[in-house]
Design a protein around this ligand. Sequence first.
Ligand SMILES: Cc1cc2nc3c(=O)[nH]c(=O)nc-3n(C[C@H](O)[C@H](O)[C@H](O)COP(=O)(O)O)c2cc1C
Length: 397
Amino acid sequence: MENKIERKGQVIFSGYKYGEGIKKALKLSPQDILFELRESKLRGRGGAGFPTSTKWMLTAATLDPEKYLICNADEGEPGTFKDRVLLTEYFNLVFDGMVIGGYTIKAKYGILYLRGEYKYMVPDIEAHLEKMRKDNLLGKSILGKEDFNFDIEIRLGTGAYICGEETALIESLEGSRGEARNRPPFPVNRGYMGKPSSVNNVETFANIPFIVMKGGKWYSKLGTEKSTGTKLFSVSGDCEKPDVYELPWGTKVSELLELVGAKNTKAVQVGGASGQCIPKSQFDRMLAYEDLSTGGSIKIFNESRNMLHILKNFMEFFVEESCGQCVPCRVGNVKLLEGTEMLLKGEFTFEYINKLKELGRTMKIASKCGLGQSSPNPFLSILENFKDEVFNQGMEE
Ligand SMILES: Cc1cc2nc3c(=O)[nH]c(=O)nc-3n(C[C@H](O)[C@H](O)[C@H](O)COP(=O)(O)O)c2cc1C
């Protein structure tokens, strides 16, 4: 599959020489790297935005000599395809980032959890890992560092959205059904095989070599104060140039729409199916953790689109993908879908729809994992931001 990258930014797509980051990292101590990471204020790119330095520090601090570093390449959020680009054309960055991570947290094993649909990538990735072994960038005594042994294994997922959630991913790696675990204990203390594990997104790893080479201070000057660096956005929907864009955090939605050639835009879904849907009046908001947080998926809808059709599509996805383990998510998504269908038919009472909104808010608090905690977002935001259209179209269907 051919990738097109519309906008190269100052970090990930700025150019990188294979192995450079590892060479620099091995001249530093793990503590030095943690310091640079903290200075960079890098936050995980998988969606939740947890500080990477904290996650690595907690894993590094555990005394267990057996630890794991896991790269989350499940990329299941609808509309997200930036990790696919990284894993087909920029895997030197991702795997160099993993080796640096292994050195920092003192792990001997790295696992790439690759979504089943990306199986076609395996031969190329395997060939790259083999080259790294030949070049002594993977395996025993990496670059002559006697006590540093680290290797990476690829494991395939089998196509469940929930398996992108880090604890369900670990269950899946262990051969169990993909279901989220109770936390605590957190994976940094008890993860894969009960051992300390750090799970990070593909794009998070791709940032690491640059932070090591150019320093945390340099990185922290890009983006905004709370959202440093650049972000890869997977842009799809009604626009002339749907593709992957590397932009600094803090870019306004309106700026992005102009860049991608979006015309007559009615709505933008920020953060995939589980994100928020915003109307034109909010297009001056910025893409950043402190405003519109996103793992990278941007879906654009123009004036010709029916917001209830969009919502129905999202809710059908969540009904299908709920793992069924907890009641708020298993039953709640079905109820929100039924409510959407009632709105489409014009057969609803405001009292019932208000109850559904309350249910959505309860799901966000009571669901066991991020799936049910975020799946009501499109229901709540579309009903709030597109009131006129949603409540008036009724009998049109
Ligand atoms: C339902 C669900 C699906 C998720 N899917 C992914 C995914 O495909 N890739 C990913 O990196 N994180 C995904 N996450 C977030 C992970 O649980 C976790 O926060 C992330 O891998 C941590 O990496 P980071 O700190 O580098 O962001 C998902 C979370 C939920 C609740």
